[in-house]
Design a protein around this ligand. Structure first.
Ligand code: RUB
Length: 301
């Protein structure tokens, strides 16, 4: 179980973070774990794999890419030659995830025009793929990155895009409304998309969507199909992770009575989302149900 526990820890302490990376790390851990198992009956192998999957899923509660990746890989346990199928399905998940990010880049870049200034929040591989692809297409673009308190993932995005040669401006999260007049389009990632087209993403996303809506700036989320949450179709709510207060601030003892709340994600209603960029193309948020129906038969049957 070493590889499983190690991956669990890395996801929990955010050494591995971002929904896509978390999903791929879980698939990789299951593959490496399966490879190490020998001398077990088929039944014992299946039980061990299921136990490993449950440990991984418990690392962080919000990004649905984690349970979706685990379920995708472990579906191989119901097939003939379960071990081989689990190994194959882990590779399938990882490869299709990487391909999806590339395709999202192409579809999303179509929405970015020459001369546009793009605003992004937090650090999303899928959103970055859209921005880099637009830049690769020769479009003269500028990007505003929010800091993304409390863990400042926006710094990673700013450095990544700057290293790529893009004109980057970093702003504090509360400056979005001040700068919205300079923004042509907002592109963010997704930790989960619900059946009714709502977006669950880094805390602060919903405020940005509201500000964009007020100023009639298009708000797009880049979400691979494995970010869609199958259980929301039957009314299940997505748990919003609340993290340690120390991530926000550490007060001296005298002020220990001050309560600190630190939700890591929030929910953006579908009405503030202009489009969801998936690897099969752009859909309106109302199309989320269709994606879940089409792609998650393997989960809920
Ligand atoms: C990261 C975050 C990202 C999504 C999408 O939160 O909210 O926007 O996970 O990222 P955290 P990607 O840093 O708490 O994991 O497009 O890379 O999957």
């Amino acid at each position: 179980m070493d590889i499983i526990k190690e991956t669990y820890e890395k996801i929990k302490n955010m050494e591995i973070r971002g929904a896509g990376r978390i999903g791929r790390a879980a698939a990789k851990a299951l593959k490496e774990f399966a490879l190490k198992i020998s001398n077990l009956s088929e039944e014992e192998f299946k039980n061990k794999m299921k136990e490993a999957g449950n440990i991984l899923i418990s690392a962080r509660p919000t990004a649905v890419s984690l349970p979706n990746a685990v379920k995708y890989v472990l579906k191989g346990l119901d097939e003939e030659n379960p071990k081989e199928r689990v190994l194959e399905r882990a590779d399938e998940f990882i490869n299709s995830s990487l391909k999806a990010i590339e395709n999202i880049g192409k579809f999303g870049a179509n929405r970015i025009k020459d001369g546009d200034t793009v605003l992004t929040h937090c650090n999303s591989e899928a959103a970055i793929s859209v921005i880099k692809t637009a830049y690769d297409e020769g479009k003269d673009i500028k990007v505003f990155c929010t800091e993304t308190r409390p863990r400042n993932q926006g710094y990673i995005t700013a450095k990544t895009l700057y290293d790529y040669g893009i004109d980057v401006t970093l702003i504090v999260d509360s400056a979005v409304r001040y700068f919205i007049k300079d923004i042509d389009i907002v592109v963010v990632g997704a930790d989960a998309i619900t059946a009714n087209g709502c977006l669950v993403n880094k805390i602060g996303t919903s405020q940005i969507a509201l500000i964009a809506n007020e100023s009639r700036v298009p708000f797009l989320t880049a979400a691979e199909t494995y970010k869609f949450h199958p259980k929301t179709i039957v009314g299940e709510l997505i748990e919003i992770e609340e993290r340690e207060p120390e991530e926000v601030v550490t007060f001296e003892d005298k002020y220990k009575g001050i309560k600190i709340r630190n939700p890591a994600f929030d929910v953006t209603p579908a009405k503030y989302i202009d489009a969801i960029i998936t690897e099969i193309g752009l859909i309106p948020p109302q199309g989320a149900w269709y994606i879940i129906e089409k792609y998650f038969g393997w989960l809920e049957k």
